[in-house]
Ligand binder design. Structure first.
Ligand SMILES: *[C@@H]1O[C@H](CO)[C@@H](O)[C@H](O)[C@H]1NC(C)=O
Ligand SMILES: *[C@@H]1O[C@H](CO)[C@@H](O)[C@H](O)[C@H]1NC(C)=O
Ligand SMILES: *[C@@H]1O[C@H](CO)[C@@H](O)[C@H](O)[C@H]1NC(C)=O
Ligand SMILES: *[C@@H]1O[C@H](CO)[C@@H](O)[C@H](O)[C@H]1NC(C)=O
Ligand SMILES: *[C@@H]1O[C@H](CO)[C@@H](O)[C@H](O)[C@H]1NC(C)=O
Ligand SMILES: *[C@@H]1O[C@H](CO)[C@@H](O)[C@H](O)[C@H]1NC(C)=O
Ligand SMILES: *[C@@H]1O[C@H](CO)[C@@H](O)[C@H](O)[C@H]1NC(C)=O
Ligand SMILES: *[C@@H]1O[C@H](CO)[C@@H](O)[C@H](O)[C@H]1NC(C)=O
Ligand SMILES: *[C@@H]1O[C@H](CO)[C@@H](O)[C@H](O)[C@H]1NC(C)=O
Ligand SMILES: *[C@@H]1O[C@H](CO)[C@@H](O)[C@H](O)[C@H]1NC(C)=O
Ligand SMILES: *[C@@H]1O[C@H](CO)[C@@H](O)[C@H](O)[C@H]1NC(C)=O
Ligand SMILES: *[C@@H]1O[C@H](CO)[C@@H](O)[C@H](O)[C@H]1NC(C)=O
Length: 341
């Protein structure tokens, strides 16, 4: 069962919303079981079948009336394209890699498509980060469960998942007994590790940040950024990273080649441990602290730098006066925010 991989593809689906709409929503049965509902929705036959085939998800559906749920399922068409797309070369990691073969993870990833409670589209307004049922720390480490981004305004309604994937809601609000189903155009991407997120999205500073604890002699490793729960990384964009960590060439996870970064302390100052700070958390005046990771080769733990959030009338968010230019990249153990400088 290759549910989510390969993830990197060019969407060429040409179906329109009009073609996808059920013959008539009024023809849909009310308070049907999930299984009876999806019989009316042939365009999600394959993807929905995974829910019924998975014992845990199937049981959740059966007990939905007493444990209500909101589910996001994608169309069969792009799913089928996934199956025909080879894995990107050189991508070898943890969570994302395991999903090629690991059934336990595949089952867990069905949990990533579910949030507790019945959430009709009208309950979403603006940006929210919602806890999913994917809470297995074998694969993720966000307290309470991995989040998805849900965005809705008058014209756009999408779900943001790992490696910056955005899945647009095509058909919202299909109800069944104990739940509600929103059909999206493309599959969710699982949250990737910080290192693999850097590779896929070409955020070069994430390689030396992740490698920090691996490539320098340390008598003390206060924090493993790759596995610790609830990490926020403020990552400078590549043009700045090139100066800070020259000649960085991203190899595989936990590895990079190049000159050791000139200001490793600055890197670690921009890692916030123990807090997942989404853009919605970064409101004017918020002050937090970077990590107290030691500088490279130095086992003593220093004080983290204060990080001060400001916002402006354009809606831009700044951290220590550096603008966030790419927001809310969801990772397996937190979030990455890309800074201008
Ligand atoms: C999917 O379609 C097949 C063939 O029409 C049908 O037998 C099966 O019941 C459908 N699956 C679901 C979950 O509706
Ligand atoms: C939807 O319309 C198609 C074509 O008119 C028809 O074959 C199908 O049975 C209809 N489905 C439902 C659930 O009414
Ligand atoms: C990731 O998957 C690929 C392809 O299945 C495999 O060759 C590689 O060894 C795996 N890497 C890890 C770290 O598990
Ligand atoms: C995950 O959620 C389930 C259902 O709420 C709960 O039973 C389980 O203890 C949770 N696991 C963790 C690791 O939080
Ligand atoms: C979101 O809330 C604002 C303020 O209440 C309202 O004006 C707007 O119409 C809402 N948008 C949606 C998509 O519901
Ligand atoms: C809705 O959000 C999108 C994406 O952020 C934006 O481009 C669009 O202008 C917004 N629409 C309205 C009506 O505010
Ligand atoms: C909907 O179906 C569930 C399960 O079959 C049942 O427990 C519940 O009473 C039904 N609700 C309504 C409003 O009919
Ligand atoms: C990654 O970003 C750098 C700097 O922006 C750019 O020079 C390079 O071509 C990018 N690499 C890929 C694979 O896109
Ligand atoms: C989550 O944290 C636990 C304890 O720190 C660790 O053993 C586990 O490897 C972590 N999981 C991931 C996916 O990093
Ligand atoms: C990094 O990758 C290079 C080239 O693949 C390899 O020679 C080196 O041993 C790796 N270093 C670490 C720390 O894994
Ligand atoms: C980066 O690599 C180039 C070419 O190998 C070398 O000339 C230069 O000195 C390196 N820069 C640093 C800061 O190591
Ligand atoms: C961020 O905001 C969410 C609610 O949107 C909240 O649950 C969470 O505790 C906040 N995180 C921090 C670190 O303040």
């Amino acid at each position: 069962m290759h549910l989510y991989l390969p993830l990197l593809f060019t969407l060429s689906a040409t179906l329109t919303t009009a073609q996808l709409t059920p013959n008539s929503t009024s023809q849909l049965p009310t308070n049907a079981s999930f299984q009876d509902l999806i019989a009316y929705l042939p365009f999600i036959n394959t993807t929905a079948s995974f829910f019924l085939a998975d014992p845990r998800a199937s049981n959740q559906l059966a007990t939905a009336p007493s444990n209500p749920v909101t589910i996001f399922i994608d169309l069969d068409l792009p799913y089928q394209q996934f199956l025909e797309t080879p894995l990107p070369p050189g991508l070898a990691g943890e969570t994302e890699n395991a999903s090629v073969s690991n059934e336990a993870l595949q089952s867990d990833l069905l949990q990533y498509l579910q949030i507790d409670g019945v959430r009709p589209s009208t309950t979403f307004n603006g940006t929210q980060f919602l806890q999913t049922r994917f809470n297995d720390t074998t694969y993720e480490n966000v307290t309470g469960g991995e989040r998805i981004e849900v965005f809705r305004n008058e014209t756009n309604f999408y779900i943001g998942t790992g490696i910056n994937f955005k899945s647009n809601v095509l058909i919202p609000d299909l109800t069944f007994a104990g739940g509600i189903l929103h059909i999206v155009d493309t599959p969710f991407a699982p949250p990737y590790s910080i290192a693999s997120t850097g590779i896929v999205l070409n955020i070069s500073i994430l390689a030396p940040i992740t490698a920090q604890l691996y490539q320098y002699p340390q008598t003390q490793a206060p924090l493993n950024i790759s596995t610790a729960p609830d990490i926020t990384v403020f990552a400078v964009q590549n043009s700045v990273a090139d100066t800070l960590c020259p000649n960085t060439t991203i190899g595989s996870n936990y590895n990079y080649t190049g000159t050791y970064c000139s200001d490793a302390a600055q890197l670690s100052n921009y890692i916030v441990p123990g807090q997942v700070l989404y853009s919605t958390n970064l409101t004017n005046g918020v002050v937090t602290a970077g990590t107290a990771l030691p500088a490279r080769g130095n086992a003593s733990v220093g004080a983290g730098a204060p990080l001060v959030v400001t916002t402006d009338s354009n809606g831009d968010i700044f951290v220590n006066n550096s603008r966030i230019i790419q927001r809310d990249i969801i990772t397996s153990n937190g979030v990455v925010q890309v800074l201008e400088r």
